[in-house]
Design a protein around this ligand. Structure first.
Ligand code: SF4
Length: 151
């Protein structure tokens, strides 16, 4: 198998694995519920920016491309580039990163403790290493890098 083919195979495998982690997280009996208020998507206000492992960034980049967009959308400083300015909704909600699923705002029940999801974090770290990543990066930079590497 040539290098390009093995890179595609690894990326496909990682995509399946990351989505499996998201699905398992959703099955866990945790008393939190995202109400899609999108408050957490305004990083400047919350002073929190999600960090993505490489597998999460790949899945987000794929979802963004599937929405018909080729590059990272322009966004006001301190706002997530995945937040659609026209609709006010997340462009990749079904494939949103792990941090967006666990750092719940107060209205949704508050953030999960790291120990509650440590097993998932470890699996995401393994996928990161398998893809040649060097650890989590801030959301905008992580997705931009994935778009550049895989598309
Ligand atoms: S990826 Fe979606 S849910 Fe996560 S911060 Fe960005 S707009 Fe919000």
């Amino acid at each position: 198998m040539n290098r390009k083919a093995s890179q595609v195979e690894r990326a496909d495998f990682a995509t399946v694995e990351v989505r499996q982690i998201y699905a398992e997280l959703a099955q866990r009996p945790i008393e939190r519920q995202c109400l899609r208020r999108t408050e957490c998507c305004h990083f400047k206000l919350t002073r929190l920016t999600p960090y993505l492992t490489k597998g999460e960034a790949l899945v987000a980049a794929r979802a963004l491309r599937a929405s018909g967009r080729k590059g990272l959308p322009e966004s006001p400083e301190g706002t997530c580039p995945m937040l659609d300015r026209a609709s006010g909704n997340c462009l990749i909600y079904a494939d949103r990163p792990f941090g967006c699923r666990t750092h719940f705002c107060a209205a949704a029940g508050g953030p999960l403790a790291r120990r509650e999801v440590l097993d998932f974090i470890r699996r995401l770290e393994v996928i990161d290493a398998q893809l040649g990543g060097d650890g989590p990066r801030k959301l905008p930079a992580a997705i931009k890098a994935a778009l550049g590497e895989y598309f």
